[in-house]
Design a binder for this molecule. Sequence first.
Ligand SMILES: Nc1ncnc2c1ncn2[C@@H]1O[C@H](COP(=O)(O)OP(=O)(O)OP(=O)(O)O)[C@@H](O)[C@H]1O
Ligand SMILES: [Mg+2]
Length: 322
Amino acid sequence: MALMEIRDLRVVYRMPDLGLEVKALRGVDLDVERGEILGLVGESGSGKSTLAHAVMRILKPPARLVSGKVILDGVDILSLDQSVFDREYRWRRIAYVPQASQNALNPTMRVLDHFFDTGKAHGLGDRSEVERRARELVAMTGLDPERVLKLYPHQLSGGMKQRVLIALSLLLEPEVLILDEPTSALDVVTQAGILRAIKQVNKKLGVAIVFITHDVSLMPSLADRVAVMYAGKVVEVGPTDGVIYEPLHPYVSALISSIPSLYADVASVKPIRGEPPSMVEEIRGCPFWPRCPYVKEVCREREPALSSVDNRKVACFLWSPS
Ligand SMILES: Nc1ncnc2c1ncn2[C@@H]1O[C@H](COP(=O)(O)OP(=O)(O)OP(=O)(O)O)[C@@H](O)[C@H]1O
Ligand SMILES: [Mg+2]
């Protein structure tokens, strides 16, 4: 059994004033294995952050959870009382660093005080133990704890803030850590440092990491497995080398071919033709069919289920009859 099983997760954003409903997640199925680094990639608007919010139970109106389960170690965390989830799961078993959260650090508090605060909020009263752990975690992310723990947030660079947030999120030793676009606003050198930090904490602590990004080119050097989202669903998931170098889903092939940094020859880069579907309209058939070079009759009629093909899963009628 996987550590975390996401099943048929559906979320809408309801805007009755506009008479609109955005179907942001249309039935996401995804497993997170113990101790792995799972890359969750997809274009802007494909539903990555909404998925993280639903799993962390922080969806806010106009978002609404329609249905689905998130089973962590045998327990459906979406059906728990909010107070039980907050006390026993958030931070303790599953932690999250949101997209663009560098400014979440309190400007009036030194870095170490953030650790004390978080520890106190979760019943870690022993300050010397919290400090010991803060040093260990900050060092694990490649920063000098002697220096960094004394600093105020404005004295940290963007990359340092991101590392501090990662260290802080690990204070209560979660089994799963979701990082939403942790490297997006950073230059390439800083980005490489963050990736090293993530690999280091994954290896030393055994924490499973879900790394959300729109940047597929980060995957080969980072992730054990990759899941690709398109229009509110996972369309392909499997070991990194397979998904990146021999993708099965035509969307994933098109996505990989559209990325200059994965290929030496920039001239061979091909943009994906067409546009992603509107998430407001009802989607009939496969969401990728209007852009797909292999479209068949059935693709316009029905949406393919995510089905096993060797050691991965893919939602495409080219590979599976259902
Ligand atoms: N507060 C909101 N109100 C209405 N629609 C929203 C809201 N937040 C997100 N959406 C819509 O839900 C869909 C999924 O958005 P989401 O932010 O989850 O995508 P994403 O994959 O994280 O994109 P990005 O790469 O830009 O962060 C999009 O169509 C988006 O426009
Ligand atoms: Mg996002």
